[in-house]
Ligand binder design. Structure first.
Ligand SMILES: Cc1cc2nc3c(=O)[nH]c(=O)nc-3n(C[C@H](O)[C@H](O)[C@H](O)COP(=O)(O)OP(=O)(O)OC[C@H]3O[C@@H](n4cnc5c(N)ncnc54)[C@H](O)[C@@H]3O)c2cc1C
Length: 419
């Protein structure tokens, strides 16, 4: 059987590995000059391959159609990808939050290991080969049309797996081509949105002032002010940028916001509030004790010179401005009310979210080919026979922590295998 895989990312490579496990003639067509360009930048270049969680926890970490993946996760598990890499000589390690990384701390070593398996199993790899269309006859695939060196070529196929990825980080090759092809043959594409993405704030000047400041061990809350409802709460690390906020807790929160009803409208009406607790380990009372201790130590200093021990340097001026206490005031002249208000600001440093950053900057694309049109056991299209989908192109998306790559590996493996 001739199997053609469109796209040589995480999903395409795994599809190639499982499809070539028998007597099939397998080809990967990749439009970039090399396989796995996005894989190479995952996990800040270290590649958070998967998560050591069990299936139940996996599904709960995939807010975008997690249940659809139950069967593929059973058929190709986190242990399966770990063992596949191990067999190829690449050991892994488990870090905070059960995140699994290669011991090399190098994403390229993951690509190299997968590439070696593909080569051993005699998978043909054509790079700089951009698939333009598939050829379908009587609702069944018969081939693909692709461009190499500006010339159109046709390759016959008994089975086609589309693994062209999402629509973010376009420089890695995922420009959304697969959506167009799938749509042309009758598939529904659920609206494409940024899945895990930084957030822009209305307080642009303040964010610019704080640009580059990374806050560890803080907690955040996102609130819908219209309904006076808390949407999200998290603890961890975040960063300020010229446009707003980013970092792990912010990016994870975006995945909840993207599913929140009328979110664009709420952004427009300045109704989504981000509140940062800069001292989550201290209760209001304990924080007050702590401030009083610092004030005692600096009692003869000006207020503006009294917060060095409590806050990072970049935060001092903005917090002083918000506290409405004159920075020139002597610390021993600050009233109890003023001190209480200062504590409130430190525990509730507020911003207003104005929008998501563009999809180009998203870690993952939410939306994609409707799961209703894909057989969850095989990844075959329910509309076109012998056409399969794998990876981010499908309308599934998970939180950070290795869940998204496991989606690509599992769907890719199952799509390649089931014949
Ligand atoms: C900065 C960043 C960091 C990330 N870190 C992590 C992480 O640590 N852990 C994790 O689990 N997830 C991470 N992700 C998400 C993860 O990278 C994706 O979920 C995963 O790469 C999806 O795999 P895929 O094979 O579906 O798509 P891709 O990896 O995007 O591969 C698609 C491939 O198809 C090719 N292609 C597209 N169109 C055509 C065409 N017309 N013809 C031929 N080829 C085509 C592309 O060039 C590309 O190589 C990260 C994402 C980003 C952007």
């Amino acid at each position: 059987m001739k199997v053609v895989i469109v796209g040589g990312g995480a999903a395409g490579m795994l599809a190639g590995i499982s499809a070539s496990d028998g007597n099939n003639e397998v080809t990967i067509l990749e439009k970039m000059n090399t396989l796995g360009k996005k894989l190479r930048i995952t996990g800040k270049g270290r590649c958070n391959i998967t998560n050591a969680a069990d299936i139940k926890e996996f599904i709960s970490n995939i807010p975008g159609n997690g249940k659809f993946l139950y069967s593929v996760f059973q058929n190709f598990t986190n242990e399966d990808i770990i063992n596949l890499l191990k067999k190829e000589g690449l050991e892994t390690k488990v870090e905070r939050g059960n995140r699994v990384f290669p011991v090399t701390d190098n994403a390229q070593s993951v690509i190299d290991a997968l590439y070696r398996i593909l080569k051993k199993q005699k998978v043909k790899i054509l790079t700089n080969a951009k698939v333009e269309d598939i050829i379908v006859k009587n609702s069944e695939v018969i081939g693909v049309k692709y461009i190499v060196d500006n010339a159109e070529q046709i390759m016959e196929a008994d089975k086609i797996i589309i693994a062209t990825g999402g629509a973010s980080y376009k420089a890695t090759g995922s420009t959304g081509d697969g959506y167009e092809i799938a749509k042309k043959y009758g598939h529904t594409i659920n609206t494409i949105k940024p899945g895990l993405v930084p957030l822009e704030c209305y307080e642009k000047n303040l964010c610019k002032e704080l640009q580059g400041l990374s806050l560890k061990n803080i907690s955040i809350k996102l609130k819908d002010k219209e309904k006076n409802k808390e949407i999200y709460e998290d603890f961890g690390e975040m960063m300020f940028t010229h446009f707003g906020v980013t970092g792990p807790v912010i990016i994870s929160s975006s995945s909840h916001l993207v599913r929140y009803k009328n979110i664009e409208e709420l952004f427009k009406n300045k109704n989504i509030e981000l509140s940062i607790d800069l001292k989550p380990a201290l209760s209001k009372e304990k924080l007050d004790l702590r401030i009083r201790r610092d004030f005692e130590e600096f009692k003869n200093k000006k207020f503006k010179n009294s917060l060095d021990k409590l806050l990072p340097q970049k935060l001092i001026e903005p917090i002083i401005n918000l506290s409405k206490i004159d920075g020139e005031k002597k610390v021993n002249e600050i009233t109890k009310e003023e001190r209480n208000y200062l504590g409130e600001i430190i525990k509730n440093f507020k911003f207003t979210i104005s929008s998501f950053r563009p999809i180009e900057e998203a870690i993952i694309t939410a939306g994609g080919i409707s799961v209703k049109e894909i057989d969850p056991k095989s990844m075959e299209s329910k509309i076109v026979k012998n056409l399969y989908f794998a990876g981010e192109i499908i309308d599934v998306d998970g939180y950070t922590g290795g869940f998204n790559l496991q989606i690509a590996f599992s769907t890719g493996f199952v799509a390649g295998r089931s014949i």
